[in-house]
Design a protein around this ligand. Structure first.
Ligand code: UD1
Length: 416
């Protein structure tokens, strides 16, 4: 699984570029299945989850040609299977986007119940009910979700919980349905807008992405396109926290600032100095940080995928901070590892109370998921001594070349 060795206490300084959004890429790659010719995707992050999604496409009969690290030409016109191999689907939650994409293209899809990061129960009832509303029948057979439809018919679909994944899956499933589909109480995350923009670039007719009502007018055929994926706001936010905890001075480049507003706002409120430029930010931190209360929410609220990282940063802020997880039932599993490094945090259900202001000390720790792993990297960069983080493959699922980028900023980090 790999181990990072990080010597804390070095001030990060310099520039770091941010790669393409993992979550956008993992929605757009399955969507290329709907195009009637090869699509060129640019600004793809070079991370293991993207490789896995390519492997799924190839196993189903597509050709994927990488052009360097961040561009791929995907021709899914030769796909001849409606089944995502079980062992691949199990490895990545986003494999369930092949349900919507395959159903849209073939009126049939067979994909294993998804795996992915464990933040408690992660139901998919909204996805399945949405497919059903569009005319598909489903059953679960030996862990595989099997969907079948005679044809897909547009309809109104209301989600009683805001769900990123269900919004994406219904977008994918409805682009070629007959008539109009309306998604109400849709999620508004930037990667949903990015998926809709990609689908529109291949000829779909989607309006309202980024608001809570999305309208999709079904079209009979989709063409191909060249498309550039948005920058990853969570990778950017993570480097902001790394700069802040080391009292650093870092320019974070190649970002979309409007996707980072909630993170910028929270960091400024605790005393991090942020200067905005067109596509970059300068993060400086000279003074002691102040406590804050943070609640993770759906976009444009503070992202749950930044909750572990801000908690790690708040261990260095003077006073008592309260972090409330507003999305998942069990997303504080990493707190025990921070406590191993001397953090004083108590958790009661979805609320963590952080008694901050004391410098952490190095310890051997274990990453339990992707963003939990990022939180441990942040903690280790600020801590006294040499921290060893086990299970780094989780971290590498979402952070391209994290060792190279941090080394470029003056950190001492190596992978063993
Ligand atoms: C996506 C992100 C993940 C992020 C999460 C919330 C990807 C690949 N993953 O996950 O990184 O943490 O959004 O921003 O983009 N729910 C239901 N029924 C459903 C689906 C969801 O009740 O059918 C509930 C979940 O239990 C959760 C909430 O809705 O409480 C949000 O989940 P959702 O937005 O669907 O998360 P994911 O799409 O799995």
């Amino acid at each position: 699984m790999g181990r990072f060795v990080i010597e804390g206490g070095r001030r990060l300084k310099g520039e770091v570029n941010i790669n393409g959004s993992k979550n956008a890429a993992l929605a757009i790659i399955p969507a290329t299945l709907l195009a009637s010719g090869p699509c060129v995707l640019s600004n793809l992050p070079n991370i293991s989850d993207v490789d896995l999604s390519f492997e799924i496409l190839r196993k189903m009969g597509a050709t994927v040609n990488r052009q360097g690290k961040h561009v791929a030409i995907i021709d899914a016109t030769s796909i001849n299977s409606t089944e995502v191999p079980f062992n691949l689907a199990m490895k990545m939650r986003a494999s369930y986007y092949y349900l919507g994409a395959l159903l849209s293209k073939f009126n049939e899809a067979n994909v294993a119940m998804p795996g992915g990061c464990n933040f408690g129960v992660r139901p998919i009832n909204l996805h399945l009910n949405g497919f059903k509303s569009l005319g598909a029948e489903y059953r679960v057979d030996r862990g595989i979700i099997r969907l079948k439809a005679k044809h897909l018919q547009g309809t109104k679909i209301y989600f009683d919980v805001v769900s990123v994944g269900a919004t994406i899956n219904i977008l994918l499933a409805s682009v070629m349905a007959q008539g109009v589909t309306i998604i109400e109480n849709a999620a508004k995350e930037p990667h949903i807008v990015d998926l809709a923009n990609f689908l529109n670039s291949i000829g779909a007719c989607i309006v309202g992405a980024g608001t809570n009502v999305i309208k999709i007018k079904g079209v009979s055929k989709l063409k191909s396109s060249n498309y550039t994926i948005i920058p990853d706001p969570i990778e950017a936010g993570s480097y902001m926290a790394m700069a802040a905890i080391t009292k650093g001075d870092v320019v974070i480049k190649d970002i979309t600032i409007k996707h980072l507003e909630s993170i910028i706002n929270k960091m400024e409120s605790i005393g991090v100095h942020i200067t905005r430029y067109d596509n970059s930010l300068r993060v400086c931190c000279a003074d002691a940080l102040k406590k804050a209360d943070v609640t993770s929410q759906a976009y444009p609220g503070f992202p749950t995928d930044m909750q572990p990282q801000i908690t790690a940063l708040l261990t260095s802020a003077k006073g008592t901070s309260i972090v409330t997880e507003g999305i998942w039932n069990n997303r504080f599993q990493y707190v025990g590892e921070l406590c191993r490094m001397g953090a004083v945090i108590t958790v009661d259900g979805k609320v963590a109370v952080v008694e901050g202001g004391k410098r952490l000390t190095a310890a051997p720790v274990v990453a339990c998921d992707l963003r939990a792993g990022a939180a441990l990297v942040i903690a280790a960069l600020g801590a006294k001594g040499i921290t060893e983080i086990e299970n780094t493959s989780y971290i590498e699922r979402g952070y391209e070349d994290i060792v190279g980028k941090l080394t470029g900023l003056g950190a001492y980090i190596r992978k063993v």
